[in-house]
Design a protein around this ligand. Structure first.
Ligand code: FAD
Ligand code: UDP
Length: 370
């Protein structure tokens, strides 16, 4: 009899497993995928660590989390600075003085602030109630129309008026010349890839891959005193209150016989018509070099297509609108009645967590358990 069965080897499951194992508890992990690491899984192709389930840039203000991950990997100095391509015109992201200069020709922070203010007033928004109003009140109508509306509607498959304002507040708005996408003290990519990081976290812990907990629940439940479940909360309950909505992403990945396709790790296509949301060129997360510092002759790119989740797809983004949040609360009440099962992570808590937040939540949970 194990102390804990952990369902899912993503960052939540891996962190809890590592902490419990280190404290002397016995732990078994099962994951239905053929690989560990959940959505941060990276796979080596042509010497390049390809982010198989979407590009992941580690960033945090949480020193404890930063120290924690640095126990298992060395992080490089990558700083995320995506470029927005709107019908062939290129803009800097996040929204900063380079963006405002390109959009309006303004050269000083005062001029940029005045332009945003003028557009906000013209739109007549005082208290933003949805993503559209929030975006216009942060950066004005021109940036909303060219850099936000199309991208967001492709990404979420919903009108910006029907989306919660908080999604756009994730992006910094700066009146300085600073293309760093994140306001974070610490940022980087684990050298050797995320899979290596998670492998190091799971050292000494038994992991069973290709094992779907929900298919073998009765049998697996007999193996441990407690279960930590990081899969979708609605799936756990057989969708009996109806399915929660997720957004899914399809990746079209290509190896190109050239060293440089777009000159940057991420280019966002912000118009409505281009079917993909962005193109990732994976080698630039590690400056185009292999682990020995050699230039790589080829490149790997992934086009990302956002779609509504349906059974069989990977659930990626919880849709935290009011309707889904209400349904989640009902599932959460059921979860609280489940004896000896703890729900955690992006899917178990139906929460738009970043990696550092997932790790922080898992460290907290481990502390409580111990
Ligand atoms: P997951 O990584 O999803 O792990 C859950 C695991 O559970 C999976 O391995 C799954 O196979 C397994 N599982 C599910 N059901 C079962 C079952 N029935 N039986 C067995 N196993 C099961 N965060 C950042 O900080 N920076 C970024 O740049 C960033 N980019 C992102 C890009 C994309 C496209 C997405 C979708 C997310 C991004 N995130 C980013 C968020 C980040 O991916 C998550 O915060 C984090 O990976 C969540 O970890 P988790 O362990 O909760 O979930
Ligand atoms: N966003 C946008 N244009 C961009 C990039 C992002 O409008 O070029 C919006 C979009 O609504 C997205 C949100 O900002 O969902 C948050 O972006 P972030 O990059 O944080 O999304 P992630 O993919 O990390 O969840």
């Amino acid at each position: 009899m194990m102390n804990y069965l952990i369902v899912g080897s993503g960052l939540y499951g891996a962190t809890v497993a590592q902490q419990l194992h280190e404290a002397g508890k016995t732990v078994l992990i099962v994951d239905k995928r053929p690989n560990i690491a959940g959505n941060v899984y990276t796979e080596r192709v042509e010497g390049i660590n390809v982010h198989k389930y979407g590009a992941h840039i580690f960033h945090t203000n949480n020193k404890a989390v930063w120290d924690y991950v640095n126990r298992f990997a060395t992080f490089n100095r990558f700083t995320n600075s995506p470029v927005a391509n709107y019908k062939g015109e290129l803009f800097s992201l996040p929204f900063n003085m380079y963006t405002f200069n390109k959009m309006w020709g303004v050269t000083t922070p005062e001029e940029a602030a005045a332009k945003i203010d003028e557009q906000r007033k013209a739109a007549g928004i005082t208290e933003p109630k949805n993503l559209e109003e929030q975006a216009i009140s942060l950066v004005g109508t021109d940036i909303y129309e060219k850099l936000i509306k199309g991208y967001t509607e492709k990404q979420w498959g919903r009108d910006c008026k029907d989306l919660p304002a908080f999604i756009i507040k994730r992006l910094p708005v700066r009146l300085t010349f600073d293309n760093n996408y994140f306001n974070a003290l610490y940022q980087g990519i684990p050298v050797g890839g995320y899979t290596k990081l998670v492998e190091n976290m799971l050292s000494g812990i038994e992991v069973r891959l290709n094992c779907d907990y929900l298919e073998h629940k009765a049998e697996l439940d007999t193996l441990a005193e407690k279960v930590i479940y990081t899969g979708p909360i609605d799936a756990y309950f057989g969708y009996k209150l109806g399915p929660l909505e997720y957004r899914s992403v399809r990746f079209e990945t290509e190896v190109l016989d050239k060293p440089n396709f777009q000159g940057n790790a991420a280019v966002n296509y912000t118009d409505r018509k281009t079917p993909w949301t962005r193109i990732i060129e994976h080698k630039w997360f590690e400056f185009g070099k292999d682990e020995n510092g050699n230039d790589l002759p080829k490149t790997v790119i992934s086009r990302e297509y956002s779609s509504e989740w349906k059974p069989g797809d990977e659930p990626y983004y919880p849709v935290n609108d009011e309707k889904n949040q209400r349904l989640y609360e009902l599932y959460k009440a059921l979860a609280e009645q489940e004896q000896n099962v703890i729900f955690g992570g992006r899917l178990g808590e139906y929460k738009y967590y970043d990696m550092d937040q997932v790790i922080a939540a898992a460290l907290d949970r481990s502390k409580t358990l111990l």
